[in-house]
Design a protein around this ligand. Structure first.
Ligand SMILES: NC(=O)c1ccc[n+]([C@@H]2O[C@H](COP(=O)([O-])OP(=O)(O)OC[C@H]3O[C@@H](n4cnc5c(N)ncnc54)[C@H](O)[C@@H]3O)[C@@H](O)[C@H]2O)c1
Length: 283
């Protein structure tokens, strides 16, 4: 899509962090915005602030883990703007370790991070395919390109997002579609992802954190706070839409080094050395 001016972008997790920053970037290019989020007061504040800057934007309270809610989001977007061209399946939550996460904790992370992306694609792709124009961006992570300690459900969810988006890429090529897709794999970025528990179902929050989860959460908090600015990620997303580029690697050096080390590991070498400080540096 060479020009996003006048196009409509739906952004899940649009109230804060990477979603909000990308909304600002696309609005600056003249796109119309539909921001979807489960955190309604924050969503309302973001919509009001963007409107005050002249953006054409609506907010829709949405739980991406609920198919009916995502379908209602699509209907609200069509009611407001008549068409949808860009779908950024970005809402996501962090999780705990593989060893100690309960089945309910796995279900929550996979529900938001995997089902949320699946529902975004199954709900909006038919519209994009019918008009033979559009771009879907799915948010994965560096944690979708290699395992990370303390983040089993999160890694599982992000590997799934990378895999399904690669599949989509090949399928779109197979049918000769003019719809494009990208997968966003950021490293640590300064957002509220380390405070994801704020959106956790009450029954799950009541379980509390075990010592291993406490330890890995505090390491992740530090890494997020030392991460890159959100605008770097937002601009990478905006540029990838215009350039029709599949991989969005905001921390390219780390992404490629880890991938090369994993290959060497598969070939009989040593496992990659995981350095969370490095995963917060863009170059
Ligand atoms: N910040 C990082 O270091 C980092 C690194 C790699 C990938 N990511 C990914 O980036 C994406 C955006 O996260 P962020 O870093 O901006 O964090 P964030 O917490 O600032 O933003 C996430 C947004 O998603 C919303 N959300 C959570 N559950 C939802 C649900 N069920 N339905 C709808 N909205 C929901 C939250 O309310 C929030 O506004 C996530 O998918 C995350 O996994 C973040």
């Amino acid at each position: 899509m060479k020009d996003v001016a006048g196009k409509t972008a739906v952004i899940t997790g649009g109230a804060s962090g990477i979603g909000r920053a990308t909304a600002e970037r696309l609005a600056s290019n003249g796109a119309k915005l539909v921001l979807a989020d489960i955190e309604v007061p924050v969503l309302e504040a973001t919509v009001a602030e963007l409107r005050a800057t002249g953006a054409d934007v609506i907010g829709v309270a949405t739980d991406v883990a609920d198919l009916g809610s995502v379908e209602a989001l699509r209907d609200a977007a069509l009611d407001a703007f008549g068409e949808v061209h860009i779908v950024f399946n970005n809402a996501g939550v962090g999780g705990g370790p593989t060893i100690t996460s309960t089945p309910a904790a796995w279900d929550w992370v996979l529900g938001v991070n995997v089902d949320g992306v699946v529902y975004g694609m199954s709900t909006f792709l038919p519209l994009l395919l019918a008009q033979d124009e559009g771009h879907i961006i799915n948010t994965a992570s560096l944690a979708g390109l290699g395992g990370v300690p303390g983040m089993g459900p999160y890694c599982a969810s992000k590997f799934a997002v990378v895999g399904m988006t690669e599949s989509l890429f090949y399928e779109l090529a197979m049918i000769g579609s003019n719809v494009h897709c990208s997968v966003l794999c950021p490293g640590f970025t300064k957002t509220r992802i380390h405070e994801s528990d704020r959106n956790m179902p009450a029954a799950l929050a009541a379980q509390g954190r075990d010592p291993m989860a406490e330890q890995t959460a505090s390491i992740a908090k530090q890494a997020v706070e030392n991460g890159i600015e959100v605008e770097i990620v937002a601009n990478a997303v905006g540029d990838a839409i215009i350039d029709e580029r599949f991989w969005i690697l905001t921390h390219e050096r780390v992404a490629l080094a880890t991938t090369r080390q994993r290959l060497a590991w598969m070939e009989g070498g040593q496992p990659p050395r995981i350095d969370l400080d490095e995963a917060g540096k863009a170059s």
